[in-house]
Ligand binder design. Structure first.
Ligand code: SF4
Length: 348
């Protein structure tokens, strides 16, 4: 199978052009056709010679995302289930905010991390997405927004999959997204979320980017986190905290702790107290997420009062904390729920 043209960064396309005996700027022209003019075929790249367009066609393919289904929420959230060339299905979400449009992308087909509150992991990991397959989700979303005269203003890598288990593809995806000759998404408007793959937190700290890092922490200690997130047995709580402290010291950037509140499990006042004591000296922000009901699991939602109590305890200890505004609740916008339903029907 031919590689996807979206897999290639700006610099790699310039190198490819030179390898074909062309000036490097031809690579920049290809990048422009892909991300500024957003064409669907090499044939449309009319400022390239016909032989060069033929070479592109012989060597590369476009990613095709076939829309299997789409759900639109009353709040403007649109969730897509896209079919890939090998019939796997992935989810991509466009969220409408008052400050712009945010895209939530998927980095893997399924996930092996096994967080117990997540529908994405139920069928395990099928395969990694290539950088181009992640890029295609944003390009597709941008094409939809083009019709409304709007643009993708921010990206969250919080869809299905663990981006730090698909690190190189994720980094190439990010390089393509932030390039000023392409979609030019501001680095500070991109957030990558990990469950705590420690070696790659260190790598990411050393990448010298301004992209935001979020950590799915979901528990204030090692024992409870291991129950909720099996990944914690591979990368224990204290090691994750040490890596995050390194990241903060190295980058000077604030991290976000994602904390999914699960009724009666991790949402009690003592959990909030313990969390506050662990992170009080860290440059951080806590985002509380009331869990969506996952029918396959027996978790219940935290009551509104308990959510606010948890928030108050953290705030009183000087922790910066917010409650995530839920979007697309009426269309199963939480990670993996749409795909899980699709798989129930026997699909991949
Ligand atoms: S929450 Fe993310 S990391 Fe955890 S199982 Fe789901 S997709 Fe994987």
């Amino acid at each position: 199978m031919k590689p996807f043209i979206y897999d290639y960064t700006y610099d790699e396309l310039r190198e490819w052009a030179v390898a074909q005996g062309e000036p490097a700027f031809r690579g920049g022209q290809i990048f422009d056709w892909l991300y500024v003019k957003r064409v669907n075929s090499f044939e449309e790249m009319t400022n390239l010679s016909k032989p060069l367009r033929q070479k592109l066609d012989e060597q590369f393919a476009f990613v095709t995302l076939n829309e299997i289904t789409k759900f639109e929420s009353k709040d403007g959230t649109v969730k897509f289930l896209f079919g890939l060339h090998d019939d796997h299905a992935i989810e991509t979400v466009i969220m409408k905010h008052n400050y712009g449009n945010s895209i939530c992308v998927t980095t893997q087909v399924g996930c092996k991390v096994g967080c117990t509150f997540c529908a994405s992991t139920l069928g395990g990991l099928k395969r990694n997405l290539s950088a181009g397959e992640i890029v295609a989700q944003v390009v597709q979303a941008q094409k939809i927004l083009d019709d409304r005269g709007e643009r993708v203003s921010s990206i969250v890598i919080m869809g299905t999959g663990e981006p730090f288990e698909n690190y190189d593809a994720t980094m190439n995806f990010l390089r393509i997204m932030i390039h000023d000759k392409g979609l030019n998404i501001g680095q500070r408007h991109i957030t990558v979320s990990t469950s705590g793959i420690v070696p790659n937190i260190y790598r990411f700290a050393d990448e010298d980017t301004q992209i935001n890092l979020a950590i799915s922490i979901h528990a204030p200690n090692d024992a409870l986190r291991s129950k909720l997130m099996p990944v914690n047995r591979r990368f224990p709580f204290d090691d994750v905290m040490e890596a995050l402290r390194y990241y903060i010291a190295k980058t000077g950037r604030r991290i976000t702790f994602e904390y999914a509140l699960i009724g009666g499990v991790n949402d009690q006042p003592e959990h909030a107290e313990e969390l506050a004591s662990v992170i009080k000296d860290m440059l951080c922000h806590v985002n509380l997420i009331p869990v969506n009901h996952v029918p396959e699991r027996k978790y219940v939602r935290t009551s509104r009062n308990d959510i606010f109590q948890f928030q108050r305890i953290l705030a009183d200890k000087g922790i910066n904390v917010t409650i995530r505004r839920e979007q697309g609740h009426d269309i199963a916008a939480a990670c993996g729920q749409l795909r899980a339903k699709h798989m129930e029907s026997g699909a991949r």
